[in-house]
Design a protein around this ligand. Structure first.
Ligand SMILES: [Zn+2]
Length: 453
């Protein structure tokens, strides 16, 4: 006859079994340690085992601006001429010359004008020779499988099987006379003129020459832009609203927005308060469209170009009321640039099952030693909610997006390998689990967010 056991006894047996299983798993320890234990493999030995395996993982780049430097559709943003450039992104950074050497056999250590001309000529020659294969070859060299290309429109020189389109939707938040907003500072004057061009492009796309007469017509126009962009291959919509206004969006009623549209759609300058109510209303309608059309939503959520960028208003944490709103559980949200430099707080937004953090730009601004610490903080909380992005962008005619892809990928792989090395050395994960987390961050977590090709 079987003897009944008490619940306490059953728990003790289960705990003993669990401990036995843990201690028999290779490399796993029952309790993580704050330092690598004495006599264990050195962190260098673990790093040297992990890095070559991580280098073989094909990359899904969640965010970049691929294209030639003279292509005006590369971005709906421009860098102000005299902005303060972060230290690592200056042309004097020897890593950039090293990247150009690696990719193009660049024979110089700096970008003096006559040296840069060599690189400009070399890449121009390769573009002529390779045509539409040029950028795909760059991806092959960098180990990138797929890139989400955040551009105003897609050019015919990017192969759609490798580059998928993320379109901008901020322009529909600025349909009125923007004179008042442009006066705020020289950056705003530059940015808003680009938004106005994008809006006129969308109006042309939808076959209208002036704004619709009423708000219902404007809502229909906005929705048809999203739907048509999706039909043209768009896999996500992007907001760079943080460059123009606060990322805190209220939830105004239609009754509040309608008279504002009626008053200003044909002329006149709205007050800042009126414009804000209208923008918040249209933003909410765009989220409704994202929900019904199944379009993931990307936000610029970190520091940005231009010295007037408002850190507090542009902080992605301002989006918390939207991200935690149960009405939007069906929308996939991706916070581009991981809300840097607030990335440690931001990882807790990824507690929402539909919210993801993207590390693009972080691996360009931060050196690998600093990025290692940020990635480790993310990997230890929600490792299945973080995605790689390069934010590759053409700096100028010589220093193109090509070099930037390589630069971002190299930095991220090294920082990732180092973060996982520490986690293995301190008994948090096995090497096998570390490589699963690496595949998630570099490829799998992002690849599943967008419809298959
Ligand atoms: Zn970007």
């Amino acid at each position: 006859m079987l003897q009944a056991i008490s619940p306490e006894c059953a728990i003790a047996i289960a705990a003993a079994c669990a401990l036995a299983c843990l201690s028999s798993a290779p490399g796993a320890r029952a309790q993580a340690e704050p330092l690598p234990p004495k006599g264990a493999d050195s962190v260098h030995a673990i790093y040297e085992r992990l890095l070559p395996q991580i280098e073989k993982i094909p990359i899904f780049d969640n965010h970049a601006h691929p294209g030639y430097a003279d292509d005006p559709d590369v971005d709906a943003m421009a860098s102000p001429e005299d902005e303060s450039e972060a230290f690592r992104l200056r042309e004097t950074n020897p890593e950039l010359a090293a990247a150009a050497k690696e990719f193009f056999g660049y024979p110089f250590d700096d970008f003096a004008p006559d040296h840069a001309k060599w690189l400009e000529d070399k890449t121009a020659q390769l573009k002529r020779e390779q045509g539409t294969k040029y950028f795909s070859n760059i991806l092959d060299r960098a180990g990138i499988e797929t890139v989400l290309a955040n551009r105003v429109a897609m050019p015919d020189y990017l192969d759609p099987s490798r580059f998928r389109w993320v379109f901008f939707m901020d322009s529909v938040l600025f349909p009125f006379n923007n004179t008042q907003l442009e006066k705020r500072d020289s950056d705003e004057a530059l940015y808003l003129s680009i938004q106005e061009k994008v809006l006129h492009r969308y109006m042309k796309q939808e076959g209208i020459s002036s704004l619709p007469d009423d708000l219902a017509g404007y809502e229909a126009f906005v929705r048809s832009v999203v739907a048509d962009n999706q039909k043209r291959g768009g896999v996500a919509m992007k907001f760079e609203a943080a460059y123009f206004r606060s990322l805190y969006f209220t939830d105004p009623s239609r009754d509040e927005a309608e008279p504002i549209y009626r008053k200003y759609h044909a002329g006149g300058i709205p007050t800042n308060a009126e414009y804000r109510v209208f923008q918040d209303y249209v933003f909410r309608r765009l989220l409704d469209d994202a929900l019904t059309l199944h379009v993931p939503v990307h936000f610029h959520s970190a520091v940005g170009t231009g010295d007037f960028y408002n850190l507090r208003e542009g902080n992605g944490l301002q989006l918390e009321n939207v991200l935690r709103d149960p009405r939007y559980l069906g929308i996939t949200f991706v916070l581009l640039h991981g809300c840097y430099p607030y990335e440690r707080q931001a990882i807790w937004l990824a507690a929402m099952k539909n919210v993801y953090l993207d590390s693009s730009l972080m691996e360009q601004l931060m050196y690998p030693a600093a990025l290692k610490n940020s990635l480790r903080a993310w990997l230890e909380v929600f490792p299945d909610k973080i995605v790689f992005g390069s934010d590759a962008f053409p700096f100028n005619a010589a220093l193109g997006a090509e070099v930037d892809f390589w630069f971002g990928v190299q930095s991220a792989r090294k920082a990732l390998a180092a973060a996982l090395t520490e986690m293995v050395a301190e008994g948090e994960v096995t090497e096998a689990r570390a490589l699963e987390l690496a595949r998630g961050y570099l490829h799998d977590n992002a690849a599943k967010l967008y419809p298959p090709k």
